[in-house]
Design a protein around this ligand. Structure first.
Ligand code: BDP
Length: 596
């Protein structure tokens, strides 16, 4: 799905700001037609933001079910004759939207965009009312899964993943125009002719443009200075770029693919510009190659998580986080455990940060659930994660690939984090999803992230994965507090994975650490322990040739559900939740940049 943009033929209006907001715990709003007029008994709520922590008290923090959002905006006068589209960059986890009194769309899945053509419902120059009901409930048929438990004191949301179920409108909402004949999609696949490592490589860009309506397509590729380097007529083809400036880690060089749709008289009907990074990705043996060169992932699993706004997108917080990644010497991150805001991926594209892009399929694991206080007998069964869940999961993969397929920063898809992966049921569930991802994606490696409860000698899913991605907590959840034993166990297991002959990325390793807690006896939770723990992992990684990357868990402390294993959230951050460095941040900076 194309991201809205301003162009010579298109305009956007952001609907961010304060919306009217009303929780609907009893779920009466739909029948009572709350969309049919100004929302009664409403308070102000910022968009984008999670609603959970904006208001003091338990009620909204732990709300289960519907909430209503409403705003009005004036449709610009100049939009007469244009096609008008209403787009939500996300609504967590499902939403139904009305324009005036007309229902225009519903969407399932909390982290991908959805939109509707509302041309017939708006009048340029006049006000329009937009109402959305957003439901945060997780069930066995959602990604991620969860369970609502009814109690004497109301419903309680339970889930088996380790981050708080923030909900609401986390990302911008747009009203935008296109002409009535318009570019509806574009797919670009970059390549390099001949030697990728040549001093003056020849780049290629396969393109495929979809147009709604009649028109001739012309494309031009401009370099970062605006100079045309290639052009073609027709909706699909291949452009060749002599002496291409490749997109590379640390060098987010982007070309502009200017797409033009021309009418019969040659007049410009629509134009849309797609950013293009020319680079290749390939797995060869135990190496992960970008532009033919071995790439070693240094960075973190992260979260969209901040005080007050929860998962709400904010440019200041985003740029600050990227600056911290740069300071610490990270070259990559994983969008653990859901697709991040498109602004984040735009930034990664433009700055040469490498991304492993993950779906929200997290918490499909009874053993992980048990650590977090949730008891489930069987995760994969007709009554729990089932074929119906797989349909929702498949759609989440389709929407993620459709959204991010053209991004040079995205070098691999992760279709799930830490599912149970050693049982026949899990294999039966996942095999078709790997097949689907491979059909959708032709040029990137794909994979999933393995958990310690499905070790190398039992796992049944890594055969479908191009890269071995594993999360390990030797020295924390096992060999607790004993780094000497942990070192042996970690190395022994990595040696087993090495037998797969694939690159290995440690996608999570880390220790909960209370900022400011110091101890010279090696006590867990201290800043010293976190540093020693990471140091030990690094020693082991440096001994194992198949290692292709290290992503520390986590970039920063983050909020979780209430429980006896978390103190105000997960404390495995290398930065605190308000982004102050723990001692480990300096250790990582020394390892990753060579600077003190
Ligand atoms: C892994 C999960 C991650 C958790 C982490 C932890 O992938 O979401 O936050 O462990 O326990 O199981 O800190």
């Amino acid at each position: 799905m194309l991201r809205p943009q301003d162009s010579a033929t298109r305009e956007r209006r952001s609907l961010t700001g304060l919306w009217r907001f009303r929780p609907d715990a009893d779920g009466v709003g739909r029948a009572a037609r709350w969309f049919a007029g100004p929302l009664a008994e409403a308070r102000d709520m910022p968009v984008p933001a999670s609603y959970n922590d904006i208001v003091p008290g338990r009620e909204l923090h732990d709300h289960v079910g519907d909430v209503w959002y409403q705003t009005t905006t004036r449709v610009p006068r100049g939009w007469a004759g244009e096609r008008v589209v209403l787009r939500f960059d996300s609504a967590t986890h499902r939403a139904t939207v009305w324009v005036g009194e007309t229902e225009v769309m519903s969407h399932e899945g909390g982290y991908t965009p959805f939109e509707a053509d509302v041309t017939a419902l708006v009048t340029p120059g006049e006000e329009v009312r937009v109402t959305a009901v957003v439901d945060n409930r997780l069930s066995w048929e959602t990604i991620p899964p969860g369970m609502v438990v009814e109690t004497d004191h109301g419903p309680r949301q339970k889930y088996m993943h380790d981050f708080f179920n923030y909900a609401g409108l986390h990302r911008p909402v747009w009203l935008y125009t296109t002409p009535t004949t318009y570019v509806s999609d574009v797919t670009v696949v970059p390549g390099i002719e001949g030697e990728a490592t040549a001093e003056h490589p020849t780049g290629t860009v396969d393109f495929d443009v979809a147009v709604e309506g009649q028109g001739d397509v012309r494309v031009r590729l401009l370099d970062a200075e605006g100079t045309q380097v290639a052009a073609a007529d027709g909706a699909s083809g291949t452009l060749t770029v002599a002496d291409a400036h490749l997109w590379a880690p640390g060098d987010g060089y982007l070309y502009d693919l200017v797409i033009e749709v021309l009418g019969a008289d040659g007049a410009l009907v629509d134009t849309y510009t797609q950013k293009v990074g020319i680079r290749t990705v390939e797995v060869r043996g135990t190496e992960f190659l970008i532009n033919g060169r071995p790439f070693y992932f240094r960075g973190f699993g992260m979260h969209e998580d901040h005080l007050t706004r929860g998962k709400g997108h904010d440019d200041a917080e985003m740029v600050h986080d990227f600056e911290l990644l740069d300071w610490v010497g990270a070259n990559s991150f994983r969008t653990s455990h859901y697709p991040y805001a498109e602004e984040v991926l735009d930034y990664a594209d433009a700055h040469g940060i490498v991304v492993i892009d993950e779906t929200a399929a997290v918490g499909m694991n009874a053993a992980v659930g048990a650590v977090l206080g949730m008891t489930v007998d069987q995760v994969f069964s007709p009554d729990t994660v089932s074929e119906r869940t797989r349909e929702v999961h498949a759609q989440a993969i389709r929407e993620l690939v459709a959204r991010d397929k053209n991004r040079p920063s995205v070098v691999m898809w992760s279709i799930s984090n830490e599912p149970e992966s050693h049982t026949p049921e899990s294999e039966e569930y996942f095999r078709p999803l790997f097949e689907l991802t491979r059909e959708l994606e032709k040029h990137r490696p794909i994979g999933f992230v393995n958990v310690m409860y499905s070790p190398a000698d039992q796992d049944r899913l890594m055969q479908y994965s191009d890269v071995v991605m594993i999360n390990r907590y030797y020295g924390w959840y096992n060999d607790t507090g004993d780094l000497a034993a942990a070192e042996d166990a970690l190395e022994a297991e990595l040696r087993q994975w090495e037998a797969h002959g694939k690159p290995i990325i440690m996608t999570e390793y880390g220790a909960d650490t209370v900022a400011g807690l110091h101890d010279l006896t090696g006590a867990m939770w201290s800043e010293e322990y976190q540093s020693e723990f990471l140091d030990m992992y690094h020693r082991v990684f440096d001994r194992v040739d198949a290692m292709a990357g290290e992503h520390v868990w986590n970039f920063a402390d983050f909020q979780t559900s209430r429980g006896i294993v978390r103190v105000d959230g997960n404390k495995k951050g290398v930065f605190t939740r308000d982004r102050r460095p723990k001692a480990a941040a300096h250790l990582l900076r020394r390892r990753w940049t060579g600077r003190a």
